[in-house]
Design a protein around this ligand. Structure first.
Ligand code: PGA
Length: 237
């Protein structure tokens, strides 16, 4: 069964997140949907929710610590309060806007791996790399696996070309098929696609070989659209 994940980024309030999550849970129940569904809300919206076993709330980020003096960061004490055991690591906005290096990312990865967290690990090339061709693109992506244990059981990968994130420019079917095939050949883990996924293109993307699901930003923030995309995902066998 295909996976669907929503990354809220810096959107929704604590109040609107609660309503969103509860309504999605009701939707999953009413439609008997068993696919794995993830939502990554803002840190201020993390909470204890009573959800179906296939619906998981994760954190968009955290620091490799239990607690301590790391201003602005979350540790596992804060995540444990809400039983959060799922984390997004390596997202392009953290790499390219917040300046996380591969070394910091692998440190974070190894810490949360040691605690058994489910990790959605993101990779993807910026436009200037894509324009240099497939070899350079793959070379760039392989470097994003430096220090990352690819045998980890609780690992899900997400290929998200940077030029397709939040831009409305989705990678073509051929582009997605090519990169996913290469990654899968090397790493046999669930592999999501992300980058301008929306109700209108989701089904085509899910039908591409080696696409095990999607990680969705912008289009997932509207509850009705996210429900529609969950239903599309559930309809694919
Ligand atoms: P987008 O974001 O769907 O808005 O392109 C995807 C992501 O960053 O995970």
């Amino acid at each position: 069964m295909k996976i669907i994940a929503s990354n809220f980024k810096t959107n929704h309030t604590r109040k609107s997140t609660k309503i969103f999550i509860e309504n999605i849970n009701t939707f999953l129940n009413e439609n008997n949907i068993k696919n794995e569904v993830f939502v990554f809300p803002t840190a201020t919206s993390l909470d204890s929710f009573s959800l179906n076993t296939n619906f998981t709330i994760g954190t968009q980020n955290a620091y490799h610590t239990q607690n301590g003096s790391f201003t602005g960061e979350l540790g596992t004490d804060q995540l444990d309060e809400f039983d959060i055991k799922t984390i997004l690591i390596g997202h392009s906005e953290r790499r390219h806007i917040l300046g996380e290096t591969q070394q910091q990312i692998s440190q974070k990865y190894n810490y949360f791996k040691s605690l058994g967290y489910k990790i959605i690990y993101c990779i993807g090339e910026p436009l200037d790399v894509k324009e240099q061709g497939l070899t350079e693109t793959l070379g760039y992506i392989w470097e994003q696996f430096d220090g990352i244990d690819l045998d980890y059981d609780n690992l899900i990968l997400a290929y998200e070309p940077v030029w397709a994130i939040g831009t409305g420019v989705v990678a073509t079917t051929d582009e997605i098929a090519t990169i996913h095939k290469k990654i899968k050949k090397k790493i046999n883990k669930p592999l999501l696609y992300g980058g301008s996924v929306k109700p209108a293109n989701l089904q085509d993307i899910l039908n591409i070989p080696n696409v095990d699901g999607t990680l969705i930003g912008t289009a997932s923030w509207i509850e009705e659209d996210f429900k529609e995309m969950i239903q599309i995902t559930a309809n694919i066998k």
